[in-house]
Design a protein. Structure first.
Length: 122
């Protein structure tokens, strides 16, 4: 994974953590998917929190000059997908995450559970 891709991953995770996202998992799909190199999957307790997490990810990356290529699901706030090219963020209400189970779908991907906030790792 390139440094640029790793930095993007870290920025998405940090922005999600800032709004108290839970169960953050990074799925490395480099070599498995032609769509992206990684997916960040996280959960929230309500649709309002899902929207706040997604908005913060988008805002923080925009501040770093990273453009959002595509966004889906914001109005409903149950599963918001943010496509940044090499990385995709998925922000779910807990029930939707259990139902769609992206970790199972990308079962061949190497996964990294984010147990400690990135800010504590520095």
């Amino acid at each position: 994974m390139s440094d640029t891709t790793k930095n993007l991953e870290e920025m998405i995770v940090a922005a999600a953590e800032d709004k108290k996202a839970t169960d953050i998992v990074v799925l490395n799909v480099d070599g498995i998917s032609s769509v992206a190199d990684f997916h960040v999957v996280c959960s929230a307790k309500s649709s309002i929190q899902v929207q706040a997490i997604a908005d913060n990810i988008e805002d923080e990356l925009r501040k770093q000059g990273i453009d959002l290529l595509h966004k889906e699901g914001h109005r409903q706030g149950r599963w918001i997908l943010l496509d940044f090219g090499t990385g995709i963020a998925h922000v779910f209400v807990e029930e939707e995450r259990e139902y769609y189970n992206l970790e199972r779908l990308w079962g061949k991907a190497r996964s990294n559970d984010i147990e400690e906030p990135l800010s504590e790792n520095k």
